[in-house]
Design a protein around this ligand. Sequence first.
Ligand code: B12
Ligand code: SF4
Length: 575
Amino acid sequence: MSVTIQLNKKKSILFSGVFGPFGVDDEYGRKENIMELFHNQVTKAQGSASFRFHHRSFGLYFMAANLDTDVDVLDFPSKKRFIKEIKKGYDAVGISFIAPNYVKAKEMARLVRLHAPDSEIILGGHGAAIEGVEELIDCDHVVKGEGIYWMRKYIGQNLADPIVHPAIQSTEMQKIFGIPVPGPTASILVPGVGCVNACSFCSTSHFFGKKYTGYLHSGKEIFNTCVQIADERGTDTFFIMDENFLKDKQRALNLIEEMEKHDRYFMFHVFSSSETITDFGIDNMVRLGVQFAWIGFESKTDQSAFEKNNGISPKQRVKELRDRGISVLGSGILCMDHHTPENINEDIDFMIDIEADSVQYMLFTPLPVTALYKRMKKKGLIKMDLPFEEWHGQKMLNWNHPAFPGDMAEGIINGAFKKEYETNSSMMYRVIETAVRGHEYLNSIENPSRNFQKRKQQLHKKLKEYSIMLPIVKANAVNDLEITRVKQLESRVTALIGKPSFKQKSMIGAAHLLSKYWNLRLKLVGDAIQPKTIFTTFKHADRQQGKMPIKSFEVTEKLPEALKNFNKAACISLD
Ligand code: B12
Ligand code: SF4
């Protein structure tokens, strides 16, 4: 009898991200490894103009929403908060981590064994690809790849149950010049994981077996999911967390048809490789409502050529997208095999010359499971004794590059970010310029379709919101060139949306005050910001009643315990 009860009992699960503080030098992490996308690897040299956004550990919520059992998700905990949570005695504790957070995951597993010896430990996320991780960390299961189906199997759930998409925001905190971006932030959409292109360095493609695992299979399914989430969250904008969303061309075209059929036009931010864009078509991207595209241009030379960029002019690609109002984040890789101190500037300048809205420079970092890692390891080039905390690609190389010994790579990457900023101005300036270019393009179309009319209205609204930032950009300009650019742009903005109203002028005044406060804060206490701890409960009973399974409450720890001994001044909570 007792066995039957045991078998029928639903497992209680805790999923946790790694503990903070993040982006500080301590025994578990490094100051370069901050928990932000833009300030970590895109706008880091842009001072107060840097985009300061926090993002949740989306995979955990996605798994939680799809399991027929009680699941709690703990995001950005302190160590103390994590211990408090595991003491509740879950049947299983799932820890999600990436390679640079290996030591944190190891410590968390140790804490589970100590405080919750009856809980099983499941390791997942990209850190699970570390060779021999099952021996290195005391755990019960390691999930190397897709997680929803693995977890369903683990709890004995039918794998064919429909996929439920939780309604979550793509960013928690969004500030530029210390000014909160108004309105609800975009929602996250995960149509699938993985990418078939298998570029040699790419973690995500290799981790998911160089194939695509779809969760939302048709344009109709995506449209219906968007409607549900948009109505719940009050925003029609989505960040699509899918490595190469446009690759499934038919699905994306069907999504356009659905939007046109229902006269409901969502807006999307996407990752896309360049060859996929060629195949999908730029005007189709406008019809789809793409407002932002992240494209890997990687390097200009033939020696590093990736098939995805063959025969495509990156500069031309960026121009045609920005001319249609689509902002581009272009990424480039530094310190590749063929680079030397003599030729590396060619690639730094190549990324500047494409004139994207923003550029990510990343050091060539062979990460476990990738073809690049296997190749480098075979040659004995990987620095196997370099702690994983350093494997984040923003400071040092994790392999022995004969041309860049010592700390040369750090100077190169930091110099690249600075030069890109000084030459092309702030990301905020460029994003506004892209919106202006897109608006002008749509104005120039005679007899626009209903879709294009809608897209024009959306850009008009966006430009009205963004234009408030122009005087702030001017006041904080990096150099005279940026001031001149802003002045020229101001007249184009006025031609499109008119002069600022009284309300807009007051908003500009308030924005100036906030940016002054922010500049002072940066000077006095530095730029470190810690994400809030978020605790979310997914109740099985809600799911059975057909409710959206997300019931959440949030816990904010103003100052994580570990920081008290570290650097009080650098980590004042902004919220
Ligand atoms: C969002 C994101 C972030 C957010 C962090 C969000 C967070 N709260 O952790 C930000 C922008 C802050 C960030 C920062 C960094 N990131 Co990041 N990030 C991503 C990104 C773009 C999306 C992740 C995501 O949500 N995917 C969608 C979900 C559904 O997929 P998933 O997370 O992989 O989860 C699935 C499986 O992995 C699995 N799974 C995941 N966790 C668990 C746990 C358990 C228990 C189980 C069973 C399964 C499981 O199940 C999920 C569903 O299938 C990925 C690239 C990508 N496209 O995936 C990079 C990526 C994860 N980041 C990476 C890196 C290296 C970093 C940085 C070091 C910066 C950098 N140099 O790139 C910093 C580190 C910050 C820090 N201090 O930890 C690498 C990891 C490489 C590696 N091999 O470890 C990736 C893969 C990018 C890349 N291609 O190199 N990142
Ligand atoms: S195209 Fe992008 S996502 Fe796909 S394998 Fe290459 S780098 Fe990875």
